[in-house]
Design a protein. Structure first.
Length: 273
């Protein structure tokens, strides 16, 4: 990728991270850690990879996106806002009682949202249904789903993985946010679902490893996914929870907590730097 385009994407990702902090700080609640870790991936997806149009969010020919780890809605909302689906200033209404931007995305209320999320583990199954539907309709659109590494402890993830391989859903691309931390601590200590690569390979998937914060690595991973035929792809994206904010990086305390006024200023200054 050309260096000037990388610089542009980095700036977009920085703005998206600022939006995440603004939303969570305004709500005094939310999940900043796992939102910040996926900002670069979603930046690439919405600005380089996916066929979506803010002026026509319900276009039947659009690509579909499922945020299976739906509690990390701040990264999706901030991405959609900066892409032009709704005003950026609305991020400050996050989780307010009269806001359409609630803790989990609602496809009936939020432009650009393709699935209303709730319990962890369900998103990959929904994405499989979308991908199979596109296959049956002989449609060209692709389906993308972002999963959490802690979420992969759910059995439904592996049922969906079998389904996707059985039906040769090569129009499906899952992205695993492998930041190593979940609400109760290190993923490896809670249940420890790794190694992800050999497990998904055993389930019949094309597996691609990527650096979630390197746009060249991200670009190569999505190109691999798009060129793979006959099987679904999972991009295992090694990321840093809380990426971009000094005191949040690799700190499980920021899985689901909002910064106070002093911490908010530090976070914003970190992201400006």
């Amino acid at each position: 990728m050309e260096q000037n385009r990388i610089a542009e994407l980095k700036e977009i990702a920085r703005q998206i991270r600022v939006g995440i902090i603004e939303a969570v700080y305004s709500a005094k609640s939310g999940h900043p850690g796992g939102s910040l870790s996926m900002a670069d991936i979603l930046t690439y997806m919405y600005y380089e990879e996916m066929n979506v149009d803010p002026a026509n969010p319900a276009d039947p020919k659009r690509d579909r996106f499922v945020l299976s780890k739906g509690h990390c809605s701040p990264v999706l909302y901030s991405t959609l806002a900066h892409k032009g689906f709704f005003p950026v200033e609305d991020l400050k209404t996050f989780r307010k009682s009269d806001s359409y931007l609630q803790g989990h995305p609602d496809l009936k209320k939020v432009p650009g949202v393709d699935m209303s999320s709730g319990s962890l583990g369900q998103g990959l199954s929904v994405a499989c249904g979308m991908a199979l539907s596109a296959k049956l309709d002989k449609a060209d659109n692709r389906v993308y789903a972002v999963l959490g590494d802690g979420e992969s402890e759910e059995g439904q993830i592996w049922e969906a993985a079998m389904f996707a391989a059985h039906y040769n859903l090569d129009n499906l691309c899952a992205i695993l946010d492998w930041n190593g931390l979940q609400i109760d601590g290190p993923v490896a200590e809670v249940i420890g679902p790794a190694p992800f690569d050999t497990k998904f390979e055993a389930f019949g998937w094309n597996v691609v490893m990527a650096d979630a914060h390197d746009f060249d690595s991200i670009e190569a991973a999505f190109a691999n996914a798009k060129s793979t035929k006959g099987k679904p792809t999972i991009i295992i994206a090694k990321s840093i929870k809380g990426k971009g904010v000094s005191f949040m990086e690799n700190n499980v305390a920021w899985h689901g907590a909002a910064p106070n006024a002093e911490q908010y200023e530090i976070a914003i200054n970190d992201l400006k730097a």
